[in-house]
Design a protein. Structure first.
Length: 258
């Protein structure tokens, strides 16, 4: 089962997410180590996940990096599930949110896509988290509010605006996973796509693929065009254009029906 936000204790998670907005800070006043804080734990956990992925993020390993006993962490954060919400909400809060210029809504939506692609570039683990139950913290709320505002002027109603944003972010998340997967293969010694093809082609060229004429012809054309069996960055650019086409058609239909 993949890691997911919203899988910890809901009340404890919400108190931690909004700790700076509540009358009483839920983090302990007296901990096993002075200077340790929820903020320090989240920061170290994020650096660990950035470097080694979510599978490397355990409370034991995190405690080692912070030079404390594992049980010490639980006096600040109930567990790994709640920690994931804190990490993602913190990453959301840190995203740049420059004021939108007076430009067509399509340009603002493209900027939202680029901002999320950048988020997943800096924190690849964030693209792997299931967010069916989003972290309902200040970072999530300010991100959601800002991104919804990109659709101002599109003519979409509230529900359609939420749907359009969800559709866009889902596309960016999936594209980011492909980009990071390709990069991970290279780092793991799999080489780039050209090196992979150079290793496969001598044997593959001896196989009769004439029974698959479309796959043979179109696959060769696409491979020549992209110098790759699958170019994740090209797929992102192509997919973003098709996503924008779909959103513009949705907005046009809304205008016709208004």
């Amino acid at each position: 089962m993949s890691d997911a936000t919203g899988s910890g204790d809901p009340a404890a998670t919400l108190r931690l997410l909004w700790r700076s907005h509540l009358p009483t800070d839920p983090s302990p006043r007296r901990g096993p180590r002075r200077g340790l804080s929820v903020e320090a734990i989240v920061e170290e956990a994020t650096m660990l996940a950035d470097a080694d992925g979510l599978t490397a993020l355990t409370m034991r390993r995190l405690a080692e990096r912070l030079d404390v006993r594992p049980m010490s962490l639980y006096t600040y954060v109930p567990g790994r599930a709640e920690l994931l919400d804190l990490m993602l909400d913190d990453a959301y809060a840190a995203m740049p949110r420059p004021p939108f210029a007076d430009v067509p809504w399509q340009q603002r939506v493209r900027a939202i896509a680029a901002g999320n692609l950048d988020l997943f570039e800096r924190h690849p683990w964030a693209a792997e988290l299931s967010t069916q139950r989003p972290p309902l913290g200040p970072g999530q709320m300010v991100k959601y509010d800002y991104e919804l505002s990109a659709f101002t002027g599109s003519g979409l109603d509230d529900v359609a605006t939420d749907d359009a944003l969800t559709y866009l972010l889902g596309f960016v998340r999936n594209a980011s996973r492909d980009i990071h997967s390709a990069r991970a293969n290279e780092r793991a010694g799999g080489g780039d796509d050209q090196q992979w093809w150079d290793a496969v082609e001598p044997l593959f060229s001896q196989i009769d693929t004439s029974a698959y004429p479309l796959a043979e012809r179109i696959g060769a054309a696409a491979g020549a065009a992209h110098a790759s069996a699958h170019d994740a960055h090209h797929a992102y650019r192509f997919g973003l254009e098709r996503t924008m086409d779909a959103l513009e058609q949705l907005a046009a239909r809304a205008a016709e029906n208004s």
